[in-house]
Design a protein around this ligand. Structure first.
Ligand code: IVH
Length: 686
């Protein structure tokens, strides 16, 4: 074989592999009907990559191997834009749009045509092509400088790696994700993403491009900037972009008085809405109405002057073109500056980042702080101190930071806040569990003070006069460290300290005395265990766990299933209860609280009205009963006598109470030799 024929054989093989891979890729991703196994697909891929490495000169600029990305950590270098990346002027009402059309048409004198596009709610990107090859993909950044995300952009299927012709141009467009894909992806990711936009934006900046390749992102191009071109209309530019291989949003429209232009648009973009400029307002209304049912999120519409010559004449302000306007469906609640992000350490060690905001009025009250939940949330919003942010009240109550309106420009470029490595209070290294970070030091001051404040606060014993500030002072003066100290501390030591007179201290002591007789349910939730809030405390007591001793006993046996049998109590909480009620430090604190005279048993069950005849037994109840209807009544009888009720039959089950219609559980109990008790026998036992 000659050198030439050898080379051409290799080239042919490479092209064949490319075609094969592209076909399987389409079958897999577009039609969800793969014809080959993952391993076979990988083999094709590996062969192509090996050939490319051996013969780089023969590799295609748009080879599918470029889409896979790599696992190298890109630190997202900065890149300067070579086109001005401006944003759009906004308006919030139909009247504003109508006024803009009138003004724009007037300013120009001639009859203009318009293109109406969806304002996609995703991540903005600029793609740079040289001689038809994608060379750089850059985020909008501050409009002058953005982040170079080329490796990530290459993995997004809608972005052409090589164009149909060797043109040099820049293309602006939006990276977005369909709602359906978002839901599926977010579910598999444990539901950590707030919305498709945050996921798209976060993914685009991901440092692992191989991870990006797995996220179902899509792309629509909406502006083209050719190096040299005679195209005189935006609609013609979009048609050219489509011909070059870019996806163009079919849900757009062209509005012109010119019948031949209308005819051209109908032919070129059959899915577009085409009409007279007088029809624009109708289209705007229709789009707004259809918004909820769209396959992806849009946050408004963009109306653009179509004639390039008119665009040039209309020109720009410092920030946006005068030839386009964004119509936003919802007005922002308020915009303010994010001064800093602080972190709070919760009583159980959970770290919560908090936005410290320049105070701003939102629906009637001033907001200066808002929770930012966790680091993921901040990363998705791409937040950093100095950014201008949109603030709203979620459900009209809780203040929330919705999105960045304008990134702060810093010497180091556009930054995103990251979680400090150590607890700001005690310096212990933070540990990540799921989406949250934790300080695991139980002697961390913030954790101790948080626990005290919870214990004395509204969700706890609600001790009058003992607010967070007083407790902090008492903690700093070594008066109290653990909740039980509240009952033994010498509070008179506070007298004459920052505004504490004798009377005020006497009030505190009175409040503490009154709290000694709070019911058991309140004591349970005051403990501040992760597992037990006020409603769960009630739930446990109603399920028969009527004293601390009973809970501790079950927990000591590691018996989470008896807790999980309580309706409304998830397995996770059941395991947590076992964990927290068998922890030696928690047990010591419980003992100290009991010594302080706190109520450790539910008052109604006091005095052991019932002999604990079912102590140690594990009952399962199935079928229906004549006297115990609903059958919870039978379960209550068991619990009152110290027995445990569980939902399933297992080898640990000691009794099965079987009513009429008992089915598989009865069979299983028989198989396992579990004692079977019928209703009349049960009543006798009681
Ligand atoms: S045109 C110079 N068209 O909206 C005009 N922008 O502030 C360039 N956007 O961040 C923008 N859909 O990412 C244009 N069909 C569309 C758009 C669109 C979404 C975003 C864009 C930019 C913001 C404008």
């Amino acid at each position: 074989m000659t050198q030439d024929s050898h080379t051409s054989a290799i080239r042919e093989r490479m092209r064949a592999l490319e075609r094969e891979i592209a076909r399987h890729d389409e079958l897999y991703h577009k039609y969800a009907r793969p014809e080959v196994s993952d391993a076979e697909f990988d083999a094709l891929f590996t062969e192509l990559r090996a050939l490319e490495e051996a013969h780089p000169g023969l590799a295609s600029p748009d080879s599918p191997t470029l889409r896979v990305g790599n696992d190298l950590v890109n630190d997202l270098p900065e890149a300067e834009h070579t086109i001005p990346v401006l944003s759009l002027d906004k308006c919030y009402s139909g009247a504003d749009i109508a006024a803009w059309i009138a003004k724009t048409a007037r300013a120009d004198g001639q009859a203009l045509s318009f293109v109406l596009e969806e304002k996609l709610d995703g991540a903005s990107i600029v793609l740079y092509y040289e001689d038809g090859i994608l060379t750089r993909a850059v985020t909008r950044g501050n409009g002058r400088i953005g982040n170079d995300v080329t490796a990530n952009a290459r993995t997004i299927r809608g972005i052409p790696l090589a164009l149909a012709r060797p043109v040099t141009l820049a293309v602006r467009g939006e990276i977005f994700m369909r709602r359906e894909n978002f839901a599926r992806y977010n579910e598999s990711a444990g539901g950590v993403y707030v919305n498709p936009r945050n996921l798209a934006a976060g993914t685009l900046r991901s440092v692992r491009s191989s991870a990006v390749a797995h996220v179902p992102l899509e792309f629509f191009a909406y502006e083209g900037f050719f190096e040299d071109s005679a195209l005189d209309r935006h609609s013609a530019i979009l048609a050219e972009l489509a011909a070059l291989g870019f996806p163009i949003n079919p849900a757009s429209g062209l509005y012109s008085e010119d019948a031949s232009l209308q005819a051209w648009a109908r032919e070129t973009f059959p899915e577009w809405r085409v009409g007279d400029p007088a029809a624009i307002m109708q289209a705007v209304g229709d789009a707004q109405a259809a918004r909820a049912n769209l396959a992806y999120d849009i946050d408004g519409l963009v109306l653009k002057v179509n004639e390039i010559e008119a665009r040039v004449r209309l020109g720009y302000t410092a920030h946006h073109p005068r030839w386009a306007i964004a119509y936003k469906f919802e007005s922002p609640q308020a915009v303010t500056r994010l001064l800093s992000i602080t972190v709070q350490v919760g009583r159980n060690g959970r770290i919560t980042p908090v936005a410290e905001l320049e105070p701003v009025a939102v629906s009637g009250s001033t907001i200066a702080r808002a929770t930012l939940h966790n680091e993921d949330y901040i990363r998705q919003l791409e937040l950093a101190a100095g950014d201008m942010v949109a603030i709203s009240r979620r459900g009209d109550v809780i203040p929330a930071v919705d999105r960045v309106i304008e990134k702060a420009e810093t010497a180091e470029g556009a930054l995103v806040w990251t979680m400090p490595p150590a607890c700001p209070c005690c310096g212990t290294g933070l540990v990540q569990r799921g989406a949250h970070h934790f300080c695991l030091n139980r002697d961390c001051c913030d954790r101790l003070v948080g626990r005290l404040a919870h214990f004395a606060g509204k969700a706890g014993l609600d001790i009058e006069g003992l607010g967070g500030k007083t407790l902090l002072l008492a903690f700093e003066k070594d008066l109290v460290r653990h909740p039980s100290d509240i009952f033994t501390a010498d509070w008179t030591r506070l007298v004459d300290m920052d505004g504490f007179g004798e009377k005020r201290v006497a009030n505190i002591m009175q409040g503490i005395e009154a709290a000694r007789s709070r019911p058991f349910a309140q004591v349970l939730s005051a403990l501040g265990f992760e597992s037990i809030g006020p409603s769960l405390a009630e739930l446990l007591i109603n399920a028969g766990f009527t004293s601390a001793a009973k809970i501790i006993e079950r927990a000591r046996e590691g018996d989470w299933e008896v807790f999980a049998a309580t309706e409304g109590l998830a397995e996770q909480s059941a395991r947590q209860i076992v964990h927290e009620f068998s922890d030696p430090r928690n047990l010591a604190e419980l003992e100290a609280l009991a010594r302080a005279g706190l109520c450790m048993e539910n008052a109604e069950n006091k005095g052991a009205e019932y002999a604990q005849s079912m102590q140690g037994q594990r009952w399962c109840v199935t079928g229906s009963f004549e006297h115990y209807n609903p059958r919870d009544l039978a379960m209550d009888e068991v619990k009152k006598r110290g027995g445990a009720v569980i939902s399933g039959v297992s080898s640990k089950t000691t009794h099965l109470l079987a009513g009429t219609g008992a089915g598989s559980k009865l069979q299983k109990a028989k198989d396992l030799g579990v004692r079977i008790v019928r209703e009349d026998e049960f009543m006798e036992m009681l």
